[in-house]
Design a protein around this ligand. Structure first.
Ligand code: PMP
Length: 392
């Protein structure tokens, strides 16, 4: 059997130490070991999101969608929210918030593009919005929104700035405190490369103050139920509202140790170089990246691949040792596939991915140029500093 690597858009390539940390027999959620892992994970969350000590971090059982839905804890009845959607996961904000008694307007972009900053500024300047919700990396297209610029433009004009960083945190720069982002959220299985099973959030003081007022939230995802428990874990104690994702927390804690050791700056740089080398391989093959230049993320790439069956391509690529993901944007269905280069991604994964794409395309009769990974290899040779991910 060909050794297999996972370059789906999340979970993505695994780190054995981080995944196996989840296996902790006979250690429950009231144990000192678990309290320590929670504290380490919560503090790590502040680190990867650029949140200072005034932000409260949360770890909830579930996934990124749970973290998204938990923002209803900050929203009052009738609150007006501007949703900036660059694709399927931006639209998820609309799907979630549409279940609650709030008002919403959605600004949408074409696939591969981002809603222009001027459009956001114009809409917000009407002065009628309580919150803005956006997605840093849109996983359906690989587009990165400049959330720093959006936050700067809307700061002071809304009460709450919310960023979905599910496909970006750990692989893209995020400075929640410096950029004035109130709520930033992610999931354990993506850029942090830990076991799936958890939604992760940091919330500013301003956001936490809103928890004193009534909101539209339901029960399980109401952060009022979790706030004091998270504060207790931060001070080294334990607490219970609902069973935490025990194994996942141990895995997140190990991931945070590795991230600190590598440093976030180097980790982001590694993602940046890997993404650049991957795109170079695609370009050399004569294929096209879906996201416009200047909007291409460090963590996810969409690759346009007309003229072949994507299902056949995915299964051929799998037999060549790499699992990729299908394209999901409804406007481009069947015309592209997606690649996750996040978490524990290393140069050899990128080379393997480019080679698997090339070999699979050739096998399916697509006329792509050969030896497309050579230049990617040259890019990596220029950056020896990113080649080794530290181990513990
Ligand atoms: N937002 C983004 C940007 C995502 O990529 C995803 C997962 N693909 C989600 C939200 C939902 O996360 P989950 O599948 O963990 O619920």
């Amino acid at each position: 059997m060909v050794p297999r690597i996972l370059m789906h858009v999340g979970p993505s390539v695994a780190n054995y130490s981080v995944l196996s940390a989840a296996v902790q027999p006979n250690i429950g959620f009231a144990s000192p070991e678990f309290n320590e892992a929670m504290k380490n994970s919560l503090e790590g969350l502040r680190y990867v999101m650029g949140a200072n000590g005034s932000y409260l971090p949360f770890i909830l059982p579930g996934s990124g969608t749970v973290a998204m839905e938990s923002v209803t804890s900050f929203l009052h009845k009738g609150a007006r929210i501007l949703v900036v959607s660059n694709g399927v996961f931006g639209d998820r904000w609309e799907a979630i918030l549409g279940r609650y008694p709030v008002e919403m307007k959605v600004l949408r972009s074409e696939p591969g593009k981002a809603v222009p900053l001027e459009d956001i500024e114009r809409e917000i300047s009407s002065g009628k919005y309580f919150a803005i919700a956006m997605t840093q990396v849109e996983t359906s297209t690989g587009v990165r929104l400049d959330v720093r610029a959006v936050s700067k433009a809307v700061r002071g004009k809304v009460d709450l700035i919310i960023v979905d960083g599910v496909a970006s945190i750990g692989g893209e720069e995020m400075k929640a405190a410096e950029w004035g982002i109130d709520v930033c959220l992610t999931a354990s299985q993506k850029g942090l490369g830990a076991q799936a099973g958890s939604g992760l959030i940091v919330a500013s003081e301003q956001a936490i103050r809103l928890l004193e007022k009534p909101s539209v939230a339901g029960y399980f995802m109401d952060l009022r139920n979790w706030r004091d428990i998270m504060s207790r874990f931060l001070s080294g104690e334990g607490g219970y509202f609902a069973t935490p994702p025990i194994g996942t927390v141990f895995s997140i804690s190990r991931s945070m140790d590795l991230i600190r050791k590598e440093t976030l700056e180097r980790r982001i740089r590694r993602h940046e170089i890997c993404a650049e080398a991957f795109r170079k391989g695609i370009e050399n093959m004569g294929l096209r990246i879906l996201a416009d230049e200047g909007l291409q993320s460090n963590t996810v790439s969409g690759v346009m691949s007309e003229g072949i069956s994507i299902a056949d391509f995915l299964s051929k690529a799998l037999s060549n040792g790499v699992e990729f993901a299908a394209g999901v944007h409804p406007a481009l269905k069947g015309r592209y596939f997606r690649v996750g280069h996040m978490g524990w991604i290393e140069p050899n994964h990128i080379i393997q991915a480019i080679n698997a794409i090339e070999t699979s395309m050739v096998a399916l009769g697509k006329n792509v140029k050969r030896d497309s990974s050579v230049e990617a290899g040259e890019i990596f040779q220029k950056h020896p500093e990113i080649s080794a991910i530290p181990n513990l």
